[in-house]
Design a protein around this ligand. Sequence first.
Ligand SMILES: [Zn+2]
Length: 193
Amino acid sequence: MRRHRFPGRPIRRPIRRLSARRPVPPKLRQANRLYQAGDYKQAALLYFELAERAQYNNLPQAANLYLRGGVAYLKISDDEQAEKLFRKSLLFCLENKRWPQLERILDVAEAELDSAGKPEMAADLRAWVMGKLPSEIQLASSQGRAEEHFTSGNVKLPSNCPNCGGPVQPKEIEWYDAANPICAYCGSVLRDE
Ligand SMILES: [Zn+2]
């Protein structure tokens, strides 16, 4: 026997562990605000502090926080700090065997370095990663390609996470599934509100 339901109303089951409103540390909101306002120096310092704490707690967003700190340093032409933070970000992925995340981080760092007019730094960074990558691991994995496939789908991404204010870079975000992009900074499902 079929159960009655309201016409036109699909049954919606909340997906376990997915949430559009994850708790956000106030410092992360502040860092994202500063970054959006173009105060890159202060944003970089906060991202670095948050990244170190996340790394200490073994949280995967440590890599994205180091990455964003590096991008912030790049924007104020502090190449030395930018490179240091990019490497810390990539090293976190290498040490924790987070290969799809490694690929995403490297993609974003390269794109940022290229658009900053520093393709030689981008090439050096990739060579450095390749030198540390276990021989059985290949980048541009099938999983990476699947994620790219998702990003070309119908989900409209906001420019910033509505929950934490973090910048939304299509190359950087992780996809829970084809309908649920996840903020790299706070872990919320990204909704274009
Ligand atoms: Zn967020």
